[in-house]
Design a protein around this ligand. Structure first.
Ligand SMILES: Cc1ncc(COP(=O)(O)O)c(C=O)c1O
Length: 382
């Protein structure tokens, strides 16, 4: 089989396309499937971008990023997590998606593998396959808050394993990894001779507890983050990866070739974004309200939530009491109730037919309407 034949579509897009068709027929759809903030990019960031556009040029920056943004990030990690990270270790990428393509290009030889949590963010496995590597899905459940543990990775580790991915807070479960669990995971990765890659794109979108940055527990961890979610800047395509010293040079060579540089305007907008935490705080508070609403409403409809999500904007629910086939269930409620949610199969294979993901990156008003519709759909006599 050729490598490209292994690449799966991003399945939630198929559901979204059908939702759009229904909307074109004038049906009103409640969108709880998309993992994209419904807020606008904060005004100061837009203003900074406008100023930069008028006053500056938009030439390429250095391949590893505009030094001003690298320095701003270094200061940010000091103030946010109290970790000292040299600015040169901050590599600026086109979204965190760019960071993952870069990392796997640098880390993997054909046939080498990466351990991933199942359920987990679906694109990961395809980035790995594109680099000729092998994604190894490792089932995680409520006992470890849907995160990989040191014990589990020991069982799955082989001589071909190069890295382990943590998604903290998790997509799709919204759960946070305890500091101790992250620390044990990092230590075990080191012992086994691999890298811990920590996807921290939902950092800052946490409710009642703060997520630990992997660099707080291990200076060699690879940290991936970006502006898409916390700052509502998905379309700006800007993220970063923090690598240990020995990876800077190989990453630089690959970046020179595959990106030349991340989008210049977005890099300068990013510097302003880091200074505008008050603007993003209002979004966080709104997400938390929505989260609380759904955590109350969904169990009453029969959706079971094993671990309270304290981060991101997702709720992962067991639907075993409602259906045997989560995928068909999602398609049925889209067609018959006009509510779009994502089936578990998008995030892996482990118990996926029993799970769905709700995204609350949509207004409270819409969430309430969605719940009302689900209520009448589920209580309809058959
Ligand atoms: C866990 C996780 N990582 C990475 C990404 C990619 O984000 P971006 O490329 O916009 O930075 C997403 C997007 O949904 C995500 O959920």
């Amino acid at each position: 089989m050729r490598r490209i034949d292994l690449i799966e579509p991003f399945r939630v897009m198929q559901l979204l396309e059908r939702a759009k068709e229904l909307e074109a027929e004038d049906k009103h759809i409640i969108h709880m499937e998309i993992g994209e903030p419904d807020f606008l990019t904060p005004q100061p960031v837009l203003d900074a971008a406008k100023r930069h556009l008028v006053q500056h040029n938009l030439f390429y920056t250095a391949s590893t990023g505009a030094p001003e943004l690298q320095q701003a990030l270094s200061a940010w990690y000091k103030s946010e997590y109290d970790v000292d990270v040299a600015a040169e270790r901050m590599l600026i990428t086109p979204g965190t998606s760019g960071a993952f393509s870069l990392l796997y290009a640098v880390l993997l030889e054909a046939g080498e593998s990466v351990l991933l949590p199942d359920p987990g963010y679906p694109c990961q496995r395809n980035f790995i396959r594109l680099a000729g590597g092998e994604p190894v899905n490792v089932a995680v459940n409520a006992n470890t808050a849907y995160h990989l543990s040191a014990d589990v990775i020991r069982k799955f580790w082989t001589p071909a394993t190069r890295a382990v991915v943590a998604i903290n807070p998790s997509n799709p479960t919204g759960t946070i990894m305890a500091k101790q669990q992250l620390s044990a995971l990092a230590k075990t990765c080191r012992e086994l001779g691999g890298y811990l890659i920590s996807d921290e794109i939902y950092h800052g979108l946490t409710y009642g507890t703060k997520a630990t940055c992997a660099l707080e527990v291990d200076d060699k961890a690879i940290v991936v983050n970006g502006f898409s979610k916390r700052w509502a800047m998905t379309g700006w395509r800007i993220g970063w990866v923090i690598v240990p010293e020995e990876l800077i040079e190989p990453c630089r060579r690959v970046m020179q070739n595959i990106f030349i540089s991340a989008p210049t305007l977005s890099q300068y907008a990013g510097i302003t974004a880091l200074k505008n935490i008050d603007d993003v705080e209002a979004m966080r508070v709104a997400y938390d309200k929505r989260r609380k609403y759904l955590l109350e409403a969904l169990p009453r409809l029969g959706f079971e939530i094993a671990v309270e999500p304290q981060g991101a904007f997702y709720i992962y629910a067991n639907v075993a009491k409602l259906t045997h086939d989560a995928k068909q269930f999602c398609w049925d409620i889209l067609e018959q109730a006009g509510v779009a949610i994502t089936p578990g199969e998008d995030f892996g294979t482990y118990q996926s037919e029993q799970h769905v993901r709700f995204s609350y990156a949509t207004s409270l008003e819409d969430l309430k309407e969605g719940v009302t519709r689900l209520h009448s759909y589920l209580n309809k006599p058959v």
